[in-house]
Write a protein of this length. Structure first.
Length: 149
């Protein structure tokens, strides 16, 4: 009984945080390249975007509509998937720039995602914690204080 209540309250808190984060990324700060974004903001948006992306790929596959990667079903990208990707590219770029700002780097570093092998550098920066951790209290982030939701 107690474990069920704890589990339900945790799920409710996670759901509320997830929805608030998605609202922040897609509506409140959709076109904001300034400031900083937390890891949870970045990864919750990534989870949300990939869930939609995979769902649209499935619909494209069921409809038999492919434009790229037709011989391999897992790479089948149809018009719905392409439209989703185009619709969210600006938010993704803005969010990644803010996430890089949280680590103290320019948003322009995300151009390295286009270069094979070298792309590990911005990926490393995106997954790491902000430089506002106790071991780096002397560091002053040039992109300002963390965003307060």
């Amino acid at each position: 009984m107690v474990m069920t209540n704890i589990k339900n309250s945790l799920l409710t808190a996670l759901d509320t945080h997830f929805m608030h984060t998605i609202k922040t990324v897609l509506i409140t700060r959709a076109t904001d390249f300034d400031g900083r974004s937390t890891r949870s903001e970045y990864w919750f948006y990534t989870l949300y975007a990939w869930m939609i992306h995979i769902g649209l790929m499935s619909i494209d596959h069921m409809m038999g509509i492919f434009s790229i990667g037709e011989p391999i079903a897992l790479l089948a990208i149809g018009p719905l998937t392409i439209l989703w990707s185009l619709a969210t590219v600006y938010q993704s770029l803005a969010l990644t720039a803010r996430r890089l700002h949280d680590r103290g780097h320019s948003g322009w570093w995300q151009l390295l995602f286009a270069i094979p092998i070298i792309q590990i550098i911005p990926i490393y920066w995106v997954i790491r914690q902000a430089k506002d951790t106790p071991e780096s209290l002397n560091y002053r982030n040039p992109y300002g204080k963390p965003y307060q939701q």
